[in-house]
Design a protein around this ligand. Structure first.
Ligand SMILES: Nc1ncnc2c1ncn2[C@@H]1O[C@H](COP(=O)(O)OP(=O)(O)OP(=O)(O)O)[C@@H](O)[C@H]1O
Length: 299
């Protein structure tokens, strides 16, 4: 649904997006992760058709997006710094949105008004930062977009509102196959709602993974053998990390769980436990192999 092919963008002499290729499937949520200055906002502005790339191609549902008014009527981009017309109330903004978005759903707008309990007659500029963010979501979701692009969307929202907003987004993905791209510098903030994640580092896409596959593909085990680690065991396993704790070895292994178990059990361990791994650990071990620090996105 969102297709970026070999995208590059240079500001002055700085290539801030470099040869980025990725794909967001219809009805899925893609988390674009990266530390400050990685190029997330620039990439999103290109995908939203606000900036034009220097090289490469962006296709949304097989159509180019830049200066494509029809496509923009089906897509909402919520930027990291929100802008509202100063004198407008939410109701006035809703009227403005109604003209821009052909799928605008007034019933939804009114239903969300009851849920969010924000004063529709108050000027939006008088709302707090977090309330303004809620207004951004409220209008965006009432526009019933096919594509929702969110740049650092949860900044400034309290935990309860954050959960409410996440639920609303996930519900739209489930009910009407909305496609969502979310940027964040914090893996924990998005891991519960994303199907896919990509890590952008200095403008390049470093790693992209399906989260379910990622979780099922890497395992933490602790093992102990009579007489120490048998020779040859590690030759049959893709060991990403290894630690020794007394006579017990802790191994991080990539591969199918069944293959890992079969290989280890064939050496008759005196102890063999499969331990749970957090997504954060998985990333650290995955990226450790590539040699990059990803502390910033795991804060
Ligand atoms: N209009 C512009 N002109 C010149 N340089 C720019 C412009 N917009 C962004 N940049 C530069 O591009 C780089 C990437 O910025 P970008 O805002 O895309 O990163 P980001 O990943 O969104 O960062 P953050 O998480 O801090 O918001 C930065 O070095 C920034 O200074």
């Amino acid at each position: 649904m969102i297709e970026s092919k070999n995208l590059s963008k240079t500001f002055q002499r700085d290539k801030v997006v470099q040869d980025v290729t990725f794909h967001v499937k219809k009805g899925s949520i893609y988390g674009l992760l990266g530390s400050n200055g990685a190029g997330k906002t620039t990439l999103m502005r290109i995908l939203a058709g606000i900036l034009r790339q220097d090289e490469g191609e962006v296709l949304i549902g097989d159509e180019p997006v830049y200066e494509n008014v029809k496509m923009k009527g089906k897509m909402v981009f919520i930027p990291d710094s929100l802008y509202f017309f100063n004198q407008y109330t939410t109701d006035q903004l809703a009227k403005f949105y109604q003209d821009l978005y052909p799928n605008w759903n007034q019933q939804r707008y009114e239903k969300l008004a009851e849920m969010l309990k924000l004063d529709t007659n108050k000027k939006v500029s008088r709302f707090s930062k977090g309330m303004q963010r809620q207004v951004g979501f409220w209008l965006a979701l009432s526009a019933m977009p096919d594509i929702l692009i969110l740049d650092e969307p949860f900044d400034g929202l309290d935990p309860v509102t954050r959960r409410t907003i996440k639920n609303l987004v996930v519900q739209d993905v489930a009910d009407r196959e909305m496609t969502v791209l979310i940027s964040s510098h914090n893996l924990r903030e998005v891991e519960d709602i994303c199907d896919h994640v990509g890590i952008l580092h200095k403008g390049s896409m470093l790693l992209q993974r399906d989260l379910d596959e990622l979780k099922s593909d890497i395992h933490k085990v602790q093992v102990a053998f009579k007489g120490g680690m048998p020779e040859g065991l590690k030759d049959n396993l893709d060991v990403l990390h290894e630690e020794t704790r007394g006579s017990v070895k802790l191994l991080i292994i990539r591969g199918e769980e069944e293959d890992v178990s079969t290989a280890i059990e064939s050496y008759q361990p005196v102890l063999y436990d499969l331990l749970p791994l957090t997504l954060e650990e998985i990333f650290i071990y995955e990226m450790g192999g590539v040699g990059y620090a990803i502390d910033n996105i795991l804060v």
